[in-house]
Structure formats: C-alpha cells, structure tokens
Design a binder for this molecule. Structure first.
Ligand code: TXA
Ligand code: MG
Length: 318
C-alpha cells in the first residue's frame, strides 16, 4: 500500500512499521526508541532476535544521542561518507533499546543519502531502525514493488523510486585508530583506508560484533543458484539445462534462453543486481546460473552478495 510522507510520519509516531526508500535498498522502518515498534520489525521480517538493526539518523550531529563515544576516526569517516551507503558501529548509550541492538553493547548508525529518507528523518524527528524490507534470508528489495511482493500488498510503503546504489551499506567498526570491515559494500576497503590513513586491522577484535549479514544463506532468491568461475565454465555445464536462467556480466555468448546481462561496470551492476535476481527468480527456471563478476577493484561487494546467494549447504556438514 503506497502512502504519503505525512502518513508515514503519522504511522511511525504511532509505533507502526513503514517500508522506506534508501539509496541502498528499501528498509522496514520503525521508531528506534519504541520497543513494541521494534518487535513489529522482527515479526514482519521473521528475523531472529539476535540480529541487531541499523538506526538511521538525519545527520552526524545526532550520533551522540545513540552512541556513548564518537571517536576522532569515526568522525572523519562519518564526515567523508555520510550521507551515504556507510554504517558505523558505536558503543551504545545505556538507554538504547536492547531490542534494537539485540543485546550487543554497540549500536549501528547510518545517515542515508536518499532525499525521501532524509526528509522523513528530519520531519519526523525520529531515529529509525530499519533492516532491509524483506523476509529473513530473502532478496533485498530495491523498488516499492519488490517490498510488496516480499512482505504483502498490505505493508505501507513510501515509494521513492528505484534504489541507486542497489546493495546494502558497508559496515565498519572503529577501535581507537583502527578499523574493521564487518560487511562489504560499495564504499570499499580502499576508500576507507584513504580516509583512515591505514588499512583495516589485521587481527579481528576478540569480541567480533555480530553482523549477521554474514549469515551464509543470505540475499537468496527462492530458485537455487549456482555460481560459475567463468562464462566458459557455464557454457560447458549448462548445455542440458533447458530449464535454467542465467545472470551474466558484460559481453559474451548467451548461455540459456533466459539470460539477463548486467553491465560491465560495478556501480551500474550493483544498482541493477537485486532487480535482476528478482526477475530471474520469477522466470520459472529450475536453477539460476550465475557468472562470477569481473575481477578487480569495485566488484568485491557484488561478488560477496553472489557468493551468499549461491551458497549451497553441504548435506554432509549442515
Ligand atoms: O543499506 C543498508 O544498510 C540497509 C538500509 C535499509 O539502510 N539496511 C540493512 O539492514 O541492510 P539489515 O538489517 O538487513 O542489515 C544490517 C546489518 C546486519 O548484518 C546486522 O547484523 C548489522 O547490520 N548490525 C546491526 N547492528 C550491529 C551492531 N551493533 N554491531 C554489528 N553489526 C550490526
Ligand atoms: Mg538484510
């Protein structure tokens, strides 16, 4: 159900959930200070309660309303990448709801770069907890129609058009003057190192914060997916797969009758990735064959998402 910004503010202030656009993916938002509203997010997504949420704020000046410290390195990163597809994990103020942070001592904050989201944050005066607006482990939505297809037509959606970044934000935690990458995104390690003045810390901290975006079976279409190292390998394997569909990158021979080709440019490919997977998932194929994206700078986050989408549990081990 598409709603206006005024209606979205009214619902959020009443403790309801609303799907909202961001530049990465659509989020399922609720007032981050309202425990009952947070519970509705977990229930709607069927998400385990040990999986913390990102709180979206209007600007960096609001960080200290949620975080007990805003260290200099985090300030520099916030200055460089906010508003934008970038999430920072902070030590949480005591009063931040345990439901939002899933019992962690930390809270994840992001200033999104979508004008509709920013207007909503500014005009509502709320901090909005918002995980991606999909059921747990399923594909993230990048249009209002994806949200409705995944969560049902009754879900209130603020339609802000198609998301321009297309995959979830980069997540970073800061420890003194060291930093750690918790989830890959389109702001990559080299972008962060350029601001931090050093690469990510070698040794993960003893208590690795949960970033269950690291859950292997994540970002998955319902149709099984198989990842191939090259187009050549796909062609050799795919010959008898008349019922298959394929996701390809850049020019080259076709593989199935249901090929979908993404541009040979990481930013454009990311923008279109989830839409392509949603389309292929609806194509009545029995399997989605996926070509590995090109090697090289800019493609790491895409490769990460595709590896997770194509994760096949080993029956011997799981
Ligand atoms: O781009 C995005 O980040 C989108 C849009 C809606 O903002 N949101 C999103 O939310 O991807 P979600 O819930 O699907 O993923 C949030 C990730 C999870 O992997 C979660 O574990 C991690 O953020 N996270 C949240 N709070 C955390 C914390 N305190 N420490 C470490 N990781 C945290
Ligand atoms: Mg998600």
């Amino acid at each position: 159900m598409r709603i206006s910004q005024a209606k979205a503010i009214e619902l959020l202030q009443d403790g309801e959930v609303v799907a909202i656009p961001t530049e990465t993916v659509y989020g399922l938002a609720a007032n981050a200070r309202n425990e009952a509203a947070i519970a509705k997010i977990y229930a709607t997504k069927q998400r385990p309660a040990n999986n913390p949420l990102i709180v979206h704020i209007a600007d960096a000046a609001q960080v200290t309303e949620w975080a007990s410290a805003f260290p200099p390195l985090a300030q520099r990163l916030a200055q460089a990448f906010w508003p934008g597809p970038f999430t920072l994990v902070f030590p949480a103020r005591e009063e931040v709801s345990a439901a939002v942070r899933a019992g962690e001592p930390t809270v994840a904050l992001r200033v999104p770069a979508h004008p509709v989201a920013l207007a909503l944050l500014k005009n509502s005066g709320l901090g909005l907890a918002a995980p991606s607006a999909n059921k747990y482990t399923q594909l993230s939505p990048t249009t209002a129609a994806h949200v409705e297809a995944g969560l049902g037509a009754e879900i209130p959606v603020l339609d802000g058009g198609a998301c321009q970044v297309g995959i979830e934000s980069t997540i970073v935690s800061v420890h003194g003057d060291e930093w750690q990458l918790l989830r890959l995104g389109m702001i990559d390690a080299s972008n962060i190192a350029a601001i931090a003045g050093k690469p990510a810390m070698q040794q993960a901290v003893a208590h690795t914060p949960k970033a269950p975006g690291q859950h292997l079976l994540h970002y998955s279409p319902r149709t099984p997916c198989l990842l191939f190292a090259s187009r050549q390998a796909m062609l050799q394997d795919a010959r008898n797969k008349a019922e298959a569909a394929a996701l390809l990158f850049g020019a080259g021979p076709s593989v199935t009758g249901k090929d979908l080709t993404l541009p040979d440019n990481a930013a454009l490919a990311a923008e279109q990735l989830y839409s392509a997977l949603h389309t292929l998932d609806a194509a009545q194929a029995n399997i989605i064959l996926i070509e590995s994206p090109p090697l090289g700078a800019g493609w790491d986050a895409l490769r990460d998402r595709l590896q997770r989408a194509a994760y096949a549990p080993d029956p011997q081990k799981d």
